[in-house]
Every structure is written in structure tokens, then in C-alpha cells.
Design a protein around this ligand. Sequence first.
Ligand SMILES: NC(=O)c1ccc[n+]([C@@H]2O[C@H](COP(=O)([O-])OP(=O)(O)OC[C@H]3O[C@@H](n4cnc5c(N)ncnc54)[C@H](OP(=O)(O)O)[C@@H]3O)[C@@H](O)[C@H]2O)c1
Length: 215
Amino acid sequence: MKIAVIGAGNVGGTLGRRWSSAGHEVVFGVRDPGAEKIRRLIAACAEGTSAALPADAAADAEVVVLAIWWHVAEEVIRGLGDLAGKILIDCTNPLDEKLQLTHGHTESGGEMIADWAPTARVVKAFNTVPWEAMADPEYGGQRPTLFFCGGDEFAAGTVRGLILDIGFEPCYVGGIEMSRYLEPLAALWIMACRVRQPGSDFAFRLIGRNGEGPQ
Ligand SMILES: NC(=O)c1ccc[n+]([C@@H]2O[C@H](COP(=O)([O-])OP(=O)(O)OC[C@H]3O[C@@H](n4cnc5c(N)ncnc54)[C@H](OP(=O)(O)O)[C@@H]3O)[C@@H](O)[C@H]2O)c1
């Protein structure tokens, strides 16, 4: 698939590199496509990977991945142009500078993004696992659960495939309003792993009685 990854930091850089290795055509949408760090990232990706300004990257893509900080999300989405019919994967978490959730309970970042991109097929995914897991989702022979949500059936099916392509176990939980639960899950991960425990290379797994994950 043609995937535009908007933001090439920990999350965007890692997802783009993994998807390029899985055979997808990846273009990074970044503010400075010629920057040395972007050239190094492209060199680490599969052949055919490129970089462009965000709106140019999104223009030809079937899937647009939002891997930027929450406080710039609205401005960046509005700058992407018409996203009609495109799948928009929201990886963000609505956090302030103290890593506290800024929205929740009766609203969510995922729903706000769907409002800002009303013609796109929005799916929330990849917000509950650390970038280390995106780089290598093998944890002692087990794979983390990748919870995702979004009401468009075609988009949810496509994103399920992209989740499987990089080695997670997908777990679809419903419409975009389920972001109200996925975003606090990310906040729980931050508190449990980054704040209270020594390190961030931990990930959630939904586990059945016989050790199997969700289907
Ligand atoms: N870190 C994790 O493990 C993790 C896991 C799940 C979800 N998330 C969420 O994923 C998002 C990205 O996190 P990250 O860790 O990847 O952050 P990061 O490493 O700081 O990368 C952020 C990226 O956003 C770009 N950016 C910033 N302002 C921009 C603008 N106005 N227009 C276009 N691009 C802009 C930056 O580009 P420049 O290089 O040009 O500044 C950079 O490539 C956040 O919402 C975070 O909550 C993070």
C-alpha cells in the first residue's frame, strides 16, 4: 500500500521503516525532507522509501499515519489537504507537557481528529504500545496486543492487516469513540512503565486461559 507517515520521530520513523521492510511504499511527511536525520532514516528503510512535505506525502497515499504530538495535531491535519476516502491512522495521545491526559471520559483525541478530518476514514491504533515494541514486537516468544478502533469497516480491515504486517496481535474494540478507553490505556502504560518502573520496553498483552491472544 502507499503509506504517508506524517512525523518521522520515534513512532513515525519506526513504523515507516517496518512497513517499508514489509513491502509497503512509504513516504515520510516531514517539515524538512532534506534534513540529515531524514536521509539517515530513509537509508535504513527499504528501497523506494522517500520523504516530502506533509501535504505532498498525503496527496498520493491510501493510508496516512499521524505520528506527531497532540498539540500540533489539528494544525497539521488541516494542512494535509483533502483526505477524502483515505484511511487516517491516529497514533497520538492527547497529553500535556506533564504527560497527563487532556481529554477523556466523554470525549477523546481520536474523536476530535475524526472531526478535524471529516472525510477521512479514521482509525485509532498504535497509541497503546511504545515505539520499542513497534521496532521489535517479540517479547519472550509472545506478541503484544494492538488495540484499535474506528467505525469504517474497510479501514478497520486494512489497519488490521498493517498491524499483522509488523508482528502485533490485533484486537478491534469498536467505533472511534472507543478512543476514550484506548487513550487512558496509554496513560496507564506511561505511569506504570515510564514513571514507576525502570524502563519503557514493556507492552500490554490480552491473554486467554490457554495463553492465546485475541483473534
Ligand atoms: N514514543 C512512544 O513510544 C509513543 C507510543 C505511542 C504513541 N505515541 C504518540 O505518538 C506521537 C509521536 O510521538 P513520538 O515519540 O514519535 O514523538 P517524536 O519522536 O518527538 O516525533 C515527533 C515528530 O513530529 C514532528 N512534528 C512536530 N511538529 C510538527 C509539525 N508542526 N508539522 C509536522 N511534523 C511535526 C517532528 O518533526 P521534526 O523532526 O521536524 O521536529 C517529529 O518527527 C505522540 O502523539 C505520542 O503521544 C508515542
